[in-house]
Ligand binder design. Structure first.
Ligand code: FRU
Length: 299
């Protein structure tokens, strides 16, 4: 068997300051939390973590910081064996999120602070030797740069007769990021963004998104929390509803979507599952993730 090439995850890494609270705080009160910690977060960064825990080889490509506060993130990436050899560095302080987890429900409320932290550019991306990778995963943000990066992967596929697969995590700014979709093999579309579009279910989202993308349409996956996920396989023209994996207790939902994404990539790419089987595996990874804090229990 030929060795599976690493996955390249492109996007953000941030510091998550997490507190665990008895209940959601009332505005303008001073209170103590039950517990707290900080950890490396950010969508592509979390996807890298979970892919690594599942056993894949992963490189992360995102803007790193030389500031002292960022050291914990670099150490964590290093300890987990996530490659960062292509990442550019800035002097700016890293972005961070304040995360409130409520003990009773495991809900997570995120307040993100970015302060215009620079995003990686196509100029940085084009220096990467794509031959190393079998899958490249993108966050749908900074569409003008990201579109050029995705096109570079497509061009590489054409010129080198290779088939690097491309996935997109689509969570924000619908109009701006829509043009990215048609260039990818898989788009995972968030239920929050679907609701903003007025789409009421994962099935409606798959079909509505597909009809705005024709004729260049990727396979679409839409996780919908505890009701499961839907997927539209545009290669075999097949729609499936996939039941959620319901854990018996919920502790921490922070990064559940990123864990779903990692589970999906792992099942499709490494385990070579069909689309609906990969979504089912992704549901299991996300369902298991929320039974404990952080990500290490996924291993
Ligand atoms: C979870 C997450 C957090 C981060 C936030 C950024 O999906 O990646 O780790 O703080 O989203 O939006």
């Amino acid at each position: 068997m030929t060795a599976v090439k690493p996955v390249l995850c492109v996007g953000c890494t941030v510091i998550d300051f997490v507190t665990i609270n008895e209940s959601f705080p009332t505005e303008d009160t001073d209170r103590r939390c039950l517990d707290g910690y900080w950890q490396r977060g950010g969508n592509a960064s979390n996807v890298s973590t979970v892919l690594r825990l599942l056993g894949a080889n992963v490189d992360f490509f995102g803007m790193l910081s030389r500031s002292n506060g960022f050291r914990v993130l670099l150490d964590d990436l290093d300890q987990r064996g996530i490659g960062i050899q292509h990442c550019p560095k800035t002097e700016k302080d890293p972005p961070f999120s304040s995360v409130i987890i409520v003990k009773e429900t495991g809900s997570r409320t995120i307040v993100h602070c970015n302060k215009n932290y620079p995003y990686i550019t196509w100029e940085d991306f084009r220096k990467i030797d794509l031959d190393r990778y079998g899958w490249v995963h993108f966050e749908a943000r900074q569409s003008q740069e990201t579109i050029k990066m995705i096109k570079t992967v497509q061009e590489h596929n054409r010129n080198h007769n290779s088939n690097i697969l491309i996935s997109l995590d689509f969570e924000t700014t619908f109009e701006k990021n829509l043009p990215l979709c048609g260039l990818c093999d898989y788009v995972v579309f968030s239920s929050e963004l679907a609701s903003q579009q007025g789409w009421k279910s994962s099935q409606e989202t798959c079909y509505a998104l597909a009809s705005s993308l024709k004729p260049e349409c990727p396979s679409i996956i839409c996780p919908w929390g505890s009701t499961g996920a839907a997927c539209l396989d545009t290669v075999f023209n097949k729609f499936s509803n996939v039941a959620a994996f319901k854990p018996d207790h919920i502790v921490d939902t922070l990064g559940a979507g990123d864990s779903f994404m990692a589970g999906f990539i792992y099942a499709t790419y490494v385990m070579q599952c069909s689309l609906s089987d990969a979504v089912s595996f992704a549901n299991r990874v996300a369902g298991h993730k929320i039974t404990d804090f952080g990500y290490d229990h996924i291993a």
